[in-house]
Design a binder for this molecule. Sequence first.
Ligand code: ATP
Ligand code: MG
Length: 564
Amino acid sequence: MNEATRPSNFIRQIIDADIEANKYGGRIATRFPPEPNGYLHIGHAKSICLNFGIAEDYKGSCNLRFDDTNPHKENIEYVKAIQRDVRWLGYDWQERLYFASDYFEQLYEFAVQLINKGKAYVCDLSADEIRDYRGTLTEPGKNSPYRDRTFEENLELFARMRAGEFPDGSKVLRAKIDMASPNINMRDPTLYRIRHGVIHHQTGQEWRIYPMYDFTHCLSDAIEGITHSICTLEFEDHRPLYDWFLDELETSCHPRQIEFSRLTLQYTVTSKRKLNALVDDGYVEGWDDPRMPTIAGMRRRGYTAASIRDFCHRIGVTKADNIVEMGVLENCVREDLNTHAPRRMAVLHPLKVVIENYPEGQAEELEAANHPQNESLGRRKLPFSREVYIDQHDFLEDPPKKFKRLVPGGEVRLRNAYVIRCNEVIKNGQGEIVKLRCSYDPATLGANPEGRKVKGVIHWVSAPHAIEVEVRLYDRLFNHPNPDAAKDGRDYKEHLNPDSLRMLTRSYVEPSLVSARVGDAFQFEREGYFCVDSTHLDGDKPVFNRTVTLRDTWAKIEKLHSTG
Ligand code: ATP
Ligand code: MG
């Protein structure tokens, strides 16, 4: 990215000023610190683009660090998925892959230093008692009766905690700060808790005590020499604690914490806990379900990494509430796919058309451009024959005035092929249309001959040549713009959109798609952008996912809602 297109935001202004002042010797080091307790989602993408983007633009570095201090909620599947997703987004941490658990021994030493300084103590209050003693926003807390243990006693007890001598919940190590602080985070926060019987994905059963997030995070940043520790706004009130630990322990590097607002995307949720529940309770196929706002889900849906990066770039970075319309993301996807997705024809709801004046058993190869603007994408062959499929929606027996497609006795152009006329409508016993008898005009291949008025152009596939496929049409996962904060007292799951997935089990695509592979994107003319599904590869039919429609159909619906 060159100077002119570089994003400017308040974080970059802080960094520019720090460079100007020669803070950190002009060095810039950031990190992306996910907890491996779920898959990454679009909110994380914002943080990834921000942290890795800054490192790139300032010729600094960005570490990938797993914040793995909560072993009972974390696992190795998530560790792997997160790495895959960051890489797929287009970012590289090179050799700088770290785990907070790499520092458990060092963190233990830091805790011992605090005890030695009289700044930490072992407390025997239960979790409930600790909460009661903490006070409220308006009332100060009160001191724990264990606050004045001698440092010798604290050292011994802390060592015995580590050795596994005490049961879960019987003791914690706390910082000794100020129980009357107006900032509740400073009221003797817990540094270590006891956890028996958990197997940590990195350290196995080595540890019986685990450090808390606030203690771990700032020290991990300092150990790695991070200069700017960028996090979301909910940590603003934790910043004094972040600085307190680093000041008390006199670490050689004191990173600067900067907070920005979380991304909230309409019609979805971005909380790993809530996404996890959707997976566990079977509301979706898995973390990579194409309706999920996860990076894995968006990838399977056919969103490109470039479009997600573009989206993160466009929404910007601020301290203000950041609720973004889904249409903004979908537009980024459309714009990117429009430039490079080859065009194909696919009939989603097939209606058989028999062209009675076309010889039986004959077929010919027509040709079509793969892209209307980009000739470098080449051309492809399209077989044409006596029987074709068109979409049911492109024929109406009783059309409204402005209907430009096929009607009884009317004409329409088959895209890249001939003009056909509908001579007869064939119905089954239930009165449903099952077939059209048509005729074609052999003189109409290519440009529209003079004097012939054909208003509509529709897509089609040759019936004997087409490939039968399953098509999955996705819609928004929720039908409320703010499922998380709907203010109607209902749980977010009650706002799930029952029509978020429609499966069309008998659709037809043109034969050139026989070579389509996972990762390829196509525009199915007049229908939208589609890709090969990466999960259902071994069924009897290929599965195509609709990535996004051609136009923003939701914009209209939303307008209706807001005007009436
Ligand atoms: P969740 O609530 O989904 O579990 P989290 O903040 O606990 O999210 P982490 O794995 O701790 O998830 O997040 C890693 C990084 O991504 C953090 O720096 C966090 O601030 C950032 N992040 C998480 N969610 C968002 C979001 N919605 N918008 C921007 N950044 C986010
Ligand atoms: Mg977190």
